[in-house]
Structure formats: C-alpha cells, structure tokens
Design a protein. Structure first.
Length: 342
C-alpha cells in the first residue's frame, strides 16, 4: 500500500494496521538543511520561487518516512494577494505592511486576481505533484477567514486581539464584508490548489480558540462552512483549530473529511464526539519533540492505543513542529508510528 493510499483510507475511515503520519510546518526551522537555505534566501524568496518551494517541501520527506508532503508556503499569502503584504518582525512574529482600520481600506482589497497573483503556488504544487508521482499524499492549505482577519486588522501578531474583536462587536456589517472577501479569495485559492495537484487541503483556524464560545459560530465557523460547501465536491478538507475543543461537534458538522485536534484533549474523548464517518487527526504535544526518544515513543504509543479501534486516524502533532524539535525525536516518532501494529 502506498503512503497516499494509506492516507486516503484513513480519510475515508477505513480500518488500517497503522495510521498515516505527517507533521505541520515540517519544513520549519528544526532542519539544518532548511536553515542552510535560509542563509541564502529569505522566507518569501523560498515560498515564491517554485523550484525552491519544491526543495523545501521535499526536505523532511528525504529524512523521515512521512506519508504526506505539505506545500511550503504561508497562510499570509492570501492577505498579500489581496493587497496587504506582510513581513517577519525582527523581534519575532508577523507584521502586516499596514493595519486594516477602515471600511474603505477593506473595499480596496481585491479578490478577483488572487489566483493570478498566487500562480507561483500553483507552479510549486505541480512540481511537487510530479516529484511525488502519486506515491505520497500532497496537502495544500490556507488560514481560516477569522484567523487571517486577526492578522489583517491587528496589523500582525497580537496579544489581546482587541482590534479584531472591536470590529466584530461594534461594526458587524464591516466585519462581515471583510470575512466575505477573505472567504471568496480562499474559495478561488483552494480550487486552484486542487487543480494544481493538492490531494486535500488543511484549513488552519489557529486563532479560533481566542473567541468567546458563543461567538465561535458567527465569527469563525460559518465562514469555514461557506468555504467547505463551495469546495468539498472537488477536494477533501481537514479542519484544524487550536483551543476549540468545546466546538468539536459543530466543526464535524460543517462538512470536513477530518477534524484535527490540538494536544489539550485526550484524543479518545475527541473521537467520542466526532461521527464515525469523519476522520480525526492529531494530537501529540509538539513540545514532546524537545524531550527524549523514549518519552516520545511512550506518548505516541498512548495515542496509537487509544485510537486502535477507531478507523480514521491520521497521526499528527497537535500544532506545528517547533524550531527546537530534535531530529532524533522525529526519528523516534516516525519509527513508533510506522512499526505499530494495531
Ligand atoms: O511544513 C511546512 O512547510 C508547512 C508550511 C507552513 C508555514 N506556515 C511555513 C512557515 C504552514 C502550514 C504555515 C501555516 C501558518 N502560518 C499558520 C497556521 C498554523 C499555525 O502555526 O497556527 C500561521 C498562523 C502562520 C503565520 C506565521 N508564519 C507565523 C505566526 C510565523 C512565525 C513567525 C515567528 O516569528 O516565528 C510564520 C513563519 C513561518 N511560516 C515559518 C515557516 C517555515 C518560519 C519562518 C522562518 O523563520 O524560516
């Protein structure tokens, strides 16, 4: 069975001897070969040059027996393609080139040329798909409308999210106009990713968990549902959100093929809330990859045992891999998963 067949079987909730494994932001700073490329090129040069994006995407697959490749890019290419660029702050975190703080600026954001501007992503995906030759799953991705809106309205990474929340609570019409535009851009973008070779797409609602519980539906989930409705006949969606365990049932009900959970929930408790025809992805705490191979093996085995009678499990971290992750621990993790027998 190829990695891709294994991944598709898991997405379709068919029983397997072991789950497929991949990790988010796997091309990140924990790999010396990535850091070496970063000496020569900026992040944006890597992401915007299809041959370099291909190279960075493939780096982790050359080292580890992963079942999926994830496109090397960033969720913030969407605001950039809509007219609001971004950069990495010297002190860490994201800065947008300006802060979106008026309805007229929102009107000026463009959605109709997004796929043209992001043609370098389509080119990268085509190169990756050719290199993988259908042996491994190829994952595209994008941010959720809410998560992207937080960066756009806060002007970058934020502590309290007070500006985006003020917009949501005080000027709902303008908030909705913004979210509608981001959603339209994402629908076109996801269709483009699928056409260029993405086998499934992960939506990152990384900041879903900072909303009041009663606002999660109107501020975030309804826009995710709109996108899933528009693309799900073409491409499978994996919905990841951080800090939204109280909303698992609602997330499962909005049409994804898989719900990805963070590490704060025991995975069997998450599984109990998700219908049997929807897969679950997760959920090792990424910090464990800073510890030791035997701790990683122990913790990964716990997740595998907890899920062994639940067809439809995709092994993953509960969030992106950290720059401090140790290679030997990634090796131990992959070994634990790939030698497991249910
Ligand atoms: O495995 C892969 O290569 C996937 C590529 C990927 C990146 N970003 C590359 C990246 C993915 C899936 C993302 C998603 C992303 N980007 C999210 C959603 C997931 C999450 O983490 O919640 C978010 C919120 C972003 C925005 C973003 N990009 C942040 C907050 C940062 C960190 C900035 C900092 O100061 O640490 C980035 C940078 C980024 N995106 C890096 C990579 C490899 C590190 C850049 C570098 O130093 O080389």
């Amino acid at each position: 069975m190829t990695s891709k067949q294994r991944f598709l079987a898991a997405l379709n909730c068919q029983p397997l001897d072991r789950p497929p494994i991949w990790v988010m932001r796997q091309a990140g700073r924990y790999l010396p070969e990535y850091r070496a490329l970063k000496e020569k090129y900026s992040f944006l040069e890597l992401a915007q040059t299809p041959e370099l994006a291909l190279e960075v995407t493939m780096q982790p697959l050359r080292r580890f027996p992963l079942d999926a490749a994830i496109l090397f890019s960033d969720i913030l290419v969407i605001p950039e393609a809509m007219g609001q660029g971004y950069h990495f702050r010297d002190q860490g975190g994201i800065g947008m080139d300006y802060t979106l703080d008026s309805a007229s600026q929102i009107e000026q954001l463009t959605t109709d040329t997004v796929t043209e501007k992001l043609d370098y992503v389509a080119q990268a995906l085509r190169l990756i798909a050719a290199e993988l030759d259908s042996s491994k799953m190829l994952l595209g991705f994008g941010g959720s409308p809410w998560t992207l809106a937080t960066y756009m309205v806060e002007g970058g990474s934020s502590k309290n999210f007070d500006k985006i929340k003020a917009l949501y609570y005080e000027d709902r019409a303008t908030y909705e106009r913004l979210l509608e535009k981001i959603s339209d851009a994402l629908i076109a973008y996801f269709k483009m990713q699928h056409a260029a070779g993405a086998d499934a797409i992960q939506i990152f609602d990384s900041w879903g968990g900072i909303l009041s519980g009663e606002d999660y539906e109107d501020a975030s989930l309804k826009w995710i549902r709109k996108i899933i409705d528009a693309v799900k006949d073409d491409v499978s969606i994996i919905l990841y959100a951080k800090g939204t365990t109280p909303h698992l049932k609602r997330q499962a009900a909005c049409g994804p093929k898989a719900v990805a959970v963070d590490w704060t929930v025991p995975i069997e408790e998450a599984a109990a809330q998700i219908p049997a025809n929807i897969a679950i992805q997760g959920n090792l705490d990424p910090v464990l990859l800073n510890t030791t191979p035997s701790i990683v093996q122990d913790r990964a085995s716990r997740i595998l045992s907890a899920m062994k009678n639940r067809p439809g499990h995709i092994f993953n971290l509960g969030h992106g891999i950290l720059p401090t992750a140790k290679i030997e621990n990634m090796e131990a993790l992959c070994h634990t998963i790939t030698t497991w027998k249910a």
